[in-house]
Design a protein around this ligand. Structure first.
Ligand SMILES: NC(=O)c1ccc[n+]([C@@H]2O[C@H](COP(=O)([O-])OP(=O)(O)OC[C@H]3O[C@@H](n4cnc5c(N)ncnc54)[C@H](O)[C@@H]3O)[C@@H](O)[C@H]2O)c1
Length: 378
């Protein structure tokens, strides 16, 4: 099958997630990177294109230049999809222009800066019928998909409690370092990051994982956020109480200053009959707990898994499926959608997940600002 011609905005030399996107798109083998605007600095962007063996003719100075030049090409040469992997503030303007000009979009989270922008993108995707894939990477793990299927089948009985946590520690040493080090981190600057650092960057992954695995919607939040140190403009740590209904509550705990923590994303869903626990740092193990039986462990690449989890492993059992493979699974689902092939809902997070994420982030910040009160996620 012909590869899908992909462009990329951001992801140049030294950038973090763009590199993972390229590797994932190669693992799934459905895409070919043909050009882009790889860096805010054009010289560095060209340097990157040379390194990657991408024609300098398709290394553009700006997204506007890219759109203009690509639209002038014959349809069978033109980029079909563009991955937006820049800092948060640029997702909305770039994704909007790309959709308006007929390009499918892969976009990093958080999807936009405001809820209004997110709703606008959702409308645009509905109107254009283009594919919009939001890379909440963790939804691509086989055992997260198995968890979703087990919950959908009612294996846990009535869900009674949901706990998710995402702890990192890397900002700890930065805020206790020099001012210039703090200024070098765009995640700490509202103009680049948005209204939140911790909840916007990683709390939103925990939120997405809860809604993805359970199929439930969080209805209300009450948050207590902490910017930890004088002069820091955004939250670096926080706890969010969740209400799904009168009889179902939960919590998200998230932090970027838990020294020594790496990417400690965990989720536990407790039901009347059984419970499921999964953690990102040990992603091939899904634990099922019950009061009456010994703990069971589900692992990828076994016939006992459901179809969705089964089609989400790349290697035979016992070969760890990691973050690149998870992202590759999202790229594979995205490719099916672009090609008009059938796919399972959940094979890639959508623009609607982006809207939910933005509502979560803004409700959490509002709850904290108003003195830690309950705020409805409309
Ligand atoms: N899904 C995940 O698990 C995950 C993980 C990490 C980061 N992210 C998200 O990915 C995005 C990027 O994060 P990162 O850590 O890779 O950032 P980064 O700072 O490492 O890289 C950003 C890149 O964007 C480029 N850029 C900036 N302005 C640009 C412009 N105007 N035109 C073209 N390129 C421009 C920079 O030059 C750089 O190459 C963020 O939104 C972040 O939240 C998601």
């Amino acid at each position: 099958m012909k590869k899908i011609r992909m462009g990329m905005i951001g992801g140049g030399i030294g950038a973090f997630i763009g590199d993972a996107h390229r590797r994932a798109s190669r693992i799934c083998n459905d895409f070919e990177l043909v050009g882009g605007v790889f860096d805010v600095d054009y010289e560095r962007s060209k340097e990157f294109a040379v390194q990657e063996g991408i024609s300098l003719d398709r290394c553009y100075k700006s997204v506007d230049d890219l759109i203009k030049a690509e639209l002038a090409m014959p349809a069978d040469k033109r980029m079909e999809v563009v991955a937006v992997v820049t800092p948060n503030a640029l997702h909305y303007p770039f994704a909007k222009s790309l959709l308006q000009n007929g390009f499918h979009v892969v976009c990093e989270k958080p999807m936009t800066m405001t809820v209004e922008e997110a709703l606008e993108l959702e409308e645009l995707v509905k109107k254009t019928k283009l594919t919009f894939s939001l890379t909440h990477t963790y939804t691509g793990y086989p055992m997260v998909r198995q968890m979703r299927d087990l919950i959908a089948k009612g294996t846990l009985g009535t869900i009674q409690r949901i706990d998710a946590q995402y702890y990192q520690g890397w900002i700890n040493s930065i805020i206790h370092g020099t001012d210039s080090r703090i200024k070098g981190v765009w995640r700490l600057e509202p103009e680049h990051a948005g209204v939140s650092s911790c909840m916007g960057d990683i709390g939103v992954h925990a939120f997405n994982l809860i809604e993805y695995t359970t199929g439930l919607e969080v209805k209300e939040v009450l948050s207590d956020l902490n910017s930890v140190k004088e002069g820091i403009k955004l939250d670096l740590d926080g706890t969010v109480l969740l209400r799904f209904s009168d009889k179902l509550k939960g919590v998200i705990r998230s932090s970027q200053v838990c020294g020594g923590e790496e990417n400690g994303l965990t989720i536990a869903v407790y039901g009347s009959k059984a419970s499921l626990k999964w953690g990102q740092e040990n992603p091939n193990y899904l634990y099922m707990l019950s009061d009456s039986e010994p703990t069971r462990i589900f692992k990828p690449a076994h016939g006992y898994n459901d179809k969705f989890a089964e089609m989400s492993h790349t290697m035979p059992a016992g070969h760890p499926e990691g973050i690149y493979e998870a992202l590759a699974n999202i790229y594979r689902g995205t490719a099916k959608s672009i090609r008009g092939q059938a796919y399972i809902p959940g094979e890639f997070p959508t623009v609607h997940d982006g809207v939910r994420g933005m509502k979560f982030i803004h409700s959490v910040v509002q709850s904290n600002k108003m003195g830690n009160v309950w705020v409805k996620i409309s």
